[in-house]
Design a binder for this molecule. Sequence first.
Ligand SMILES: Cc1cc2nc3c(=O)[nH]c(=O)nc-3n(C[C@H](O)[C@H](O)[C@H](O)COP(=O)(O)OP(=O)(O)OC[C@H]3O[C@@H](n4cnc5c(N)ncnc54)[C@H](O)[C@@H]3O)c2cc1C
Length: 430
Amino acid sequence: MEIKIIGGGLAGVEAAHQIARMGGRAVIYEMRPHNTTPAHKTSMLSELVCSNSLKSKELTNAHGLLKEEMRLINSIVMEAARATSIPGGKALVVDREKFSRYITDKIFENPLIKVMREEIKEIPAGPVIIATGPLTSEALTEKIISITGSKNLYFYDAISPIIDGDSIDFNHAFYATRYRDDSSDYLNCPLTEEEYDRFYNALLEADKVSPRPFEGIPYFEGCLPIEVMASRGKQTLLYGPMKPVGIIDRRTKKEPFAVVQLRREDTEGKMFNMVGFQTKLTYKEQERVFRLIPGLKNARFLRYGSIHRNTYINAPKLLNKSLQLKSNKEIFFAGQITGVEGYCESSAMGIIAGLSALCFIKGIEFIPPPPETCIGALIEYITTERKDFQPMNINFGILKGYNRRRKNKVIENALKTIEDWYNKIEDIIS
Ligand SMILES: Cc1cc2nc3c(=O)[nH]c(=O)nc-3n(C[C@H](O)[C@H](O)[C@H](O)COP(=O)(O)OP(=O)(O)OC[C@H]3O[C@@H](n4cnc5c(N)ncnc54)[C@H](O)[C@@H]3O)c2cc1C
């Protein structure tokens, strides 16, 4: 039986490659060149739509560790990236043309994979993997809505930065929930009027990312970028995300002039989300301006804020850990549409969906990689119920058992675990 894969992007090719590696058959449906997305420019499979960097290649960086895990489990994206890399310092940078050509040729040469140049407008009978990415065509988007419900498909991500808990100054920041100082739901960074003025002026002057022509994002009032709110007047933030009412500063015993609230992203308090700080400031400016907030002077950013055009599903509600739709086990999702963010993260979800779909047709129970690995941690993140699900890139904060003091051990364990996991899957399937 052939597994149908809709979308020949990073995730789609990974899924097909893994299926074929394990002796299965796949057919990729790719709509380009007849139809294209607003960001793709070529007809090649696995096109990099923006940067030609696949981020850090250092093992001590979560992006580097994810890549090494992918390499160990025979990722075609990693194989192509190594084969077509160009100098880029600590980052894995590729010649984008050669990179996509390498993958396109490999996929076309593979006798177990067929490629159909066709836009899919109806979800076909399964097993099928939907890997159509952040710019899924309109007709298919409609069909996805019909199976997920409109409330469970998002078209934009409005992301607030996530800060590493270890980098927050707890001499300044304190736990309290509005009108309740006995609760540790929020971490508060209070500002005096002088500190607020300094922050406010820096925010107004900071460099922003200019939207691409197709990214005319209709901002919703409840979700405006922090700098847009600020541009409406000095008082706006004080009545919005920085309002101090109901918060008593532990040190002064008074209500501060302004307050930035951070919400836990995990039970251990390794990661904190800056509430209401969705932004289009450049990454560099986010570091400069947000570090002006007392308590965040040395903040390490695990995820930067952003606002993008992005089609993604409410994975925690819809998918199980095999990346299978809970309501229809013949439909799998892969890539950025599952709510991960980034080239490598999307590719990794392609590997998983491919192996999972193959296990499904063989009647084998699929066991996802453990959350102590980067790939397993991404699956855990996107399939765990949470308030306001937002896309996530890999970072050590989501890796189970991560501890900075035991970093080398954690890395070693992740690599061994992913290799063992893959060998086991290979054994079961063959
Ligand atoms: C504008 C933009 C810039 C980005 N820049 C970066 C970056 O610099 N670095 C980074 O790490 N991440 C970036 N991302 C995020 C993300 O990592 C990439 O979008 C990545 O390509 C996602 O991989 P994917 O396989 O999920 O989707 P894609 O690589 O987009 O693949 C999806 C494929 O599905 C096809 N398709 C869509 N609908 C249909 C249909 N109905 N029938 C058949 N085929 C269809 C598309 O043509 C496409 O080839 C960016 C995203 C966007 C939108």
